[in-house]
Design a binder for this molecule. Sequence first.
Ligand code: ZN
Length: 207
Amino acid sequence: MPDNPAYTDSMNRLIDQFARLPGIGRRTAERLAFHVLKSASDDALQLAHAISDVKQNVKHCSQCYNLTETDPCAICSDSRRDQRKILVVEQPKDVISLEQTHVYDGVYHVLLGHIAPLEGVQPADLSIAPLVERVKRLAEDQPVEVILGTNPNMEGDGTALYLAEQLQKVAHCTVTRLARGLPVGTQLEYANKAVLSDAITSRQSLD
Ligand SMILES: [Zn+2]
């Protein structure tokens, strides 16, 4: 939709930016822009700073690729967690859902997506090579368990299969998959806590 000439340039710019956000239509973008315009200067600036801070401070952990402001992240640097048990998920949001169950005491690896050849997403586009390297390094002296926690849908299963093939070649590495209590076709981030807890505790070996 073209800019409304009745608004000032700055307002049109802000409306355009809001309208680019997912799930925000033009009308909502206009409402948000007017909300910012009416709000106290301090509030509006805090919003601007929060956006800028997120972009400047939040990065991927160099070990697990989860989002963090410290590197390594809080989970990777927690000595109470079992660093030899790695749960592989697609997105940072999955880590949040799994952490809410409080039943998992290992660490994570975030793939940052799933293999989807039709959408042009190849293994090299994900953090798969760093995962294999990480497992090889850890498995040199002691056993490592990798739990595949990709989504139980076509792309997630395909990705899990590919990972299992890569990881089963690594000595001292056991590969397991989250249990099938998860309804087929769902996404981890929407599964409820009880189902997720059960999926972790009754995970199945792929060997
Ligand atoms: Zn980490």
